[in-house]
Design a protein around this ligand. Structure first.
Ligand code: XBP
Ligand code: MG
Length: 254
């Protein structure tokens, strides 16, 4: 019988709604500061989310949405610089506590720790962004709750490639069937399933039309006692919000 040992969380869109009001805003600030007239509105940003990774997203913007842009210098250097500035803006934004955790995230993380299960993170975003989000929402001590924070360019191929999850499993010293993943996007599920990891989805506005056929269950969020979650598809849970007991039950179905 497969025994659940660790819960692996994605970050953007799963722990927190960081994309629209966090990353997008930070990209726009970096563009404006660099004297560029690029503005990523909410709709365009939704299209750019087709790729994961901020540098990759700028490349997609230039190749598919702004072919007219010409630049005399080294374009890769410009992208690297813009992305570094974007990261600074994003971290500053989080330091103002502008973005909180999604419903049920803090509660479930506490329950997971109390149950003696291990915690990990597997994300495409830059490590500094993860540190800033965890610190600003759960406090600096919370960084030590995660046995592995696998993030960003530590692997060459970002989600939907399975590499970041493979890396995370290696760091944890666990097999895929000993873990359960929370993701919010089709690219995330392709990556986790590519690593053979059982996966549950909490979707959001940007991902509600994604294909989650590889997931055990899809919920709108994790829910709280006073904020019931909704099952969109897959295996149901016992109560109105996802508990550790549900994690064991969902895991058996993975
Ligand atoms: C989400 C991403 C990231 C962020 C931006 O990662 O694709 O690219 O949008 O962060 P996940 P960076 O859902 O895996 O957490 O600019 O640092 O890449
Ligand atoms: Mg995500």
């Amino acid at each position: 019988m497969k025994q659940l040992k660790a819960i692996i969380f994605d970050v953007d869109g799963t722990l927190s709604e960081t994309e629209r009001d966090g990353h997008r805003v930070a990209f726009n600030r970096a563009f404006s500061e660099a004297g560029l007239d690029w503005v990523w509105d909410q709709e365009l940003y939704g299209k750019l989310l087709a790729v994961t990774g901020g540098k990759e997203r700028i490349r997609l913007f230039l190749s598919d949405f702004h072919q007219d842009f010409s630049y005399d210098g080294d374009i890769e250097q410009l992208i690297t610089q813009l992305h570094a500035e974007k990261t600074k803006h994003y971290v500053s934004l989080l330091e103002t506590k502008a973005i909180g955790l999604r419903p049920g995230v803090e509660r479930l993380i506490t329950e997971i720790r109390d149950a003696g299960l291990r915690l990990a993170i597997a994300t495409t975003t830059t490590p500094a962004n993860v540190t800033a989000l965890i610190t600003s929402t759960l406090g600096e001590q919370a960084l030590s709750w995660f046995d592995c924070i696998a993030a960003g360019d530590v692997v060459p191929a970002k989600k939907p490639a399975p590499d970041i999850f493979d890396y995370c499993l290696e760091q944890l010293g666990l097999n895929p069937e000993q873990c359960l993943v929370f993701e919010d996007s089709a690219n995330g599920v392709l990556a986790s399933r590519g690593a053979k990891l059982p996966t549950v989805v909490t979707l959001n506005n940007y991902t509600e039309n994604d294909d989650f056929s590889g997931a055990i269950s899809v919920f709108n969020h994790l829910g709280e006692a006073d904020m019931p979650c909704q099952l969109i598809s897959g295996v149901a849970i016992e109560h109105d919000y996802v508990t550790v007991a549900d994690l064991y039950r969902l895991h058996v179905n993975g």
